[in-house]
Design a protein around this ligand. Structure first.
Ligand code: COS
Length: 379
C-alpha cells in the first residue's frame, strides 16, 4: 500500500479544502445554532462531483475510488462534521446501496440524479426500538399482488426529511430471520410516506436528522433492491464500506481539533511564554498528532481493501472504532488546551467535541465495532 497521495488526490483535497473554507466555514456556526441543513451547499457539492464519488461515470458519478472518497470526508470533517455526515450518508449508504445491489434499470433510474445532487439520498436501517440490534426491526413490507405495503418507522435518519430518495431496510419474513429483510427504494411523495425532523441534537447539527413514517405505503416490486430477503446482508456490507466514511470524517474532525489546538497553543501566552512551550501542552499535541496519523492510516488501509474488492469487515471496524475515539479525544483535548475560551462557542473546540461525539455512535457504536472485530478475530 502506497501512503503517498497521488496528484489527483492532492488536487481533490485542495478543491474540497477551498470549497469548505469558502462555502462552509463562514456559515457553519449559524447552521449549528439553528440546526439548519444547507441543501444548497449539498447541490453545489453535487456540481463538484462530490455526491457520487465512487459511482462510475456511466451512471453520472465521478468514477473515483475510496482513497479519494476518504480524502473528501477528511477535508469536510476538518471544517464541519455535520455537512460531512450528510455527504457520507448520501454517498456510501443510499447511493452506495443502489449501486452495489440495485438492478441495471434501478441504477440508470436513480444514480445519475443522486450523483449530480439533483436528488438527495437517505438510508434507513435503525428504528425507534432497534439500533444496535438491527436484526430485530419491526417495520414490515407485506406482499399485495405485485405490490408491497409497508408499515412502521425508521429513526435517526440523516436528512430523512429533505431526501428525495430513501433506501430502507424492512422485514419481509419472520422476526430474527437473517433472510427475512429486504431493501426498498422509496421516493419522496409516495402516499403514506412522511418524515418528522428530530430536533435538539448535541452535535452534527447542520446535518438534518429525521424519523421516517410508513403508513400503508404501497410500492411496486420494482422498488425492491436485489433479492427479496437479502436486505440484512446487503445492509451489513453497506455498513462495512460506510464505516470508512465515518472513520474518514472522524479523522477530519480530529485533525481540525488538533490544528486549532496548535494555533491556539502558539498564540496564547501564560507565565510569560506561549503555552505550546510547556511540556504539558506539547505532550498533548504530540499525542493528538500521533493518533490522528494512526487513524488516517487505518482509514486508508480500509479504503485500500475496498478499492481492491477485498473483505474489510474487520479493517473497516478497526478504522471506524479507532478514528471516532481519536476524534472525541482530540475534541476533548482541544477544549482542555483552550480551557475557558474553549468552553465557549467563540472558539472551535466545543463544536469539534460535539460533532466528534456522534462518530462513536452513528453507523455502529464503538461497542458494536468491538463485537464485529472480536467476532472476526475469533472466527
Ligand atoms: N457482510 C455480509 N454479511 C454479514 C455481515 C457482513 N459484514 N455481517 C453479518 N452478516 C450476515 C451473517 O453472516 C449472518 O448470515 P447467516 O444468518 O446466513 O449466517 C447474518 O448476516 C446475520 O448476522 P449475525 O448473526 O452476525 O447478526 P446479529 O444479529 O448477531 O448482528 C451485528 C450483528 C451486531 C454486527 C449487526 O446487527 C450490526 O451491525 N448492528 C449495528 C447496526 C448499525 O451499525 N446501525 C447503525 C446504522 S446507522 S446508519
Amino acid at each position: 500500500m502506497n501512503f503517498e497521495r497521488d496528484e489527483n488526490q492532492k488536487m481533490i483535497a485542495q478543491m474540497v479544502r477551498d470549497f469548505a473554507e469558502k462555502e462552509i466555514r463562514p456559515h457553519m456556526n449559524k447552521w449549528d445554532e439553528e440546526e439548519f441543513f444547507p441543501v444548497d451547499v449539498m447541490k453545489k457539492m453535487g456540481d463538484l462531483g462530490l455526491l457520487g464519488i465512487y459511482i462510475p461515470e456511466e451512471y453520472g458519478g465521478s468514477g473515483m475510488g475510496y482513497f479519494e472518497y476518504a480524502t473528501v470526508l477528511m477535508e469536510l470533517g476538518r471544517v464541519c462534521g455535520g455537512v460531512g455526515l450528510s455527504v457520507a450518508a448520501h454517498n456510501s449508504l443510499c447511493t452506495g446501496h443502489i449501486y452495489y445491489h440495485g438492478s441495471e434499470a434501478q441504477k440508470k433510474k436513480y444514480l445519475p440524479k443522486l450523483a449530480s445532487g439533483e436528488h438527495i439520498g437517505a438510508w434507513g436501517l435503525t428504528e425507534p426500538n432497534t439500533g444496535s440490534d438491527a436484526m430485530r426491526m419491526k417495520t414490515t413490507a407485506v406482499k399485495d399482488g405485485d405490490d408491497w405495503i409497508i408499515n412502521g418507522a425508521k429513526n435517526w435518519i440523516t436528512h430523512g426529511l429533505s431526501a428525495d430518495i430513501s433506501v430502507v431496510l424492512v422485514r419481509t419474513g419472520e422476526l430474527l430471520d437473517s433472510n427475512g429483510v429486504s431493501a426498498f427504494v422509496i421516493e419522496k411523495g409516495t402516499p403514506g410516506f412522511s418524515a418528522v425532523k428530530i430536533k435538539d441534537k448535541f452535535g452534527v447539527r447542520a446535518s438534518e436528522t429525521a424519523e421516517l413514517i410508513f403508513d400503508n405505503v404501497r410500492v411496486s416490486n420494482d422498488n425492491v433492491l436485489g433479492e427479496v430477503g437479502q436486505g440484512f446482508k446487503q445492509a451489513m456490507q453497506i455498513l462495512d464500506g460506510g464505516r470508512i466514511s465515518i472513520a474518514a470524517l472522524s479523522c477530519g474532525v480530529a485533525r481540525g481539533a488538533y490544528e486549532a489546538s496548535v494555533k491556539y497553543a502558539k498564540e496564547r501566552e501564560q507565565f510569560g511564554k506561549p503555552i505550546a512551550q510547556f511540556q504539558a501542552i506539547g505532550f498533548k499535541l504530540a499525542d493528538m498528532a500521533t493518533e490522528v496519523e494512526a487513524a488516517e492510516m487505518l482509514t486508508f488501509q480500509a479504503a485500500y481493501l475496498k478499492n481492491q474488492k477485498l473483505p474489510l469487515t474487520k479493517e473497516g471496524a478497526f478504522a471506524k472504532y479507532f478514528a471516532s475515539e481519536v476524534a472525541v479525544k482530540c475534541g476533548n483535548e482541544a477544549m482542555q488546551i483552550m480551557a475557558g475560551y474553549g468552553y465557549t462557542k467563540e472558539y472551535p473546540a466545543e463544536k469539534f467535541l460535539r460533532d466528534a461525539r456522534l462518530m462513536t455512535i452513528g453507523e455502529g457504536t464503538s461497542e458494536i465495532q468491538k463485537i464485529v472485530i472480536s467476532r472476526e478475530i475469533l472466527k
